[in-house]
Ligand binder design. Structure first.
Ligand SMILES: Nc1ncnc2c1ncn2[C@@H]1O[C@H](COP(=O)(O)OP(=O)(O)OP(=O)(O)O)[C@@H](O)[C@H]1O
Ligand SMILES: [Mg+2]
Length: 113
């Protein structure tokens, strides 16, 4: 199991969610966050309305998946979020130790999707 974290531009969220659905990935946690990348939070002019001090508004997606869905998830996020401009975002893939569905007590692959 992996835990995929994507940090993307807010205006790419709808497209990323559609691509995830098309790949069969339906379960997701979405948060509004602020952050900065290697430009240290300096926005491009046309994106400057998103500035908040030196931190820029981003959307974070968190998705726990079985191994078979890792590449599909990464592809949906990267293809949906890419414009080719700085600040398009980043994807982190972490090993996931456990997943527990609280209602049933199921664990691991049974609980994840
Ligand atoms: N190393 C990192 N650790 C934690 N969060 C990060 C890291 N890199 C990027 N982020 C998060 O992702 C957001 C988008 O990053 P961004 O796309 O600007 O990355 P970048 O490395 O600066 O690449 P680019 O040059 O394409 O802009 C940041 O605002 C931050 O929230
Ligand atoms: Mg950047």
């Amino acid at each position: 199991m992996k835990y995929v974290i994507g940090v993307i531009q807010p205006d790419r969220l709808d497209d990323v969610l559609k691509r995830l659905t098309d790949e069969g990935v339906h379960l997701v946690t979405v948060s509004n966050v602020v952050g900065r990348g290697r430009q240290k939070g300096v926005a491009q002019v046309y994106r400057s309305h998103k500035e908040q001090g030196s931190l820029l508004k981003k959307v974070k997606l968190e998705i726990a998946v079985n191994e078979a869905f890792v590449e599909k998830t990464v592809r949906a996020i990267s293809e949906g979020a890419r414009t080719g401009e700085i600040g398009d975002g980043k994807i982190f893939v972490l090993d996931l130790g456990e997943c527990i569905r609280i209602r049933t007590g199921e664990r691991g692959n049974e609980a994840i999707g």
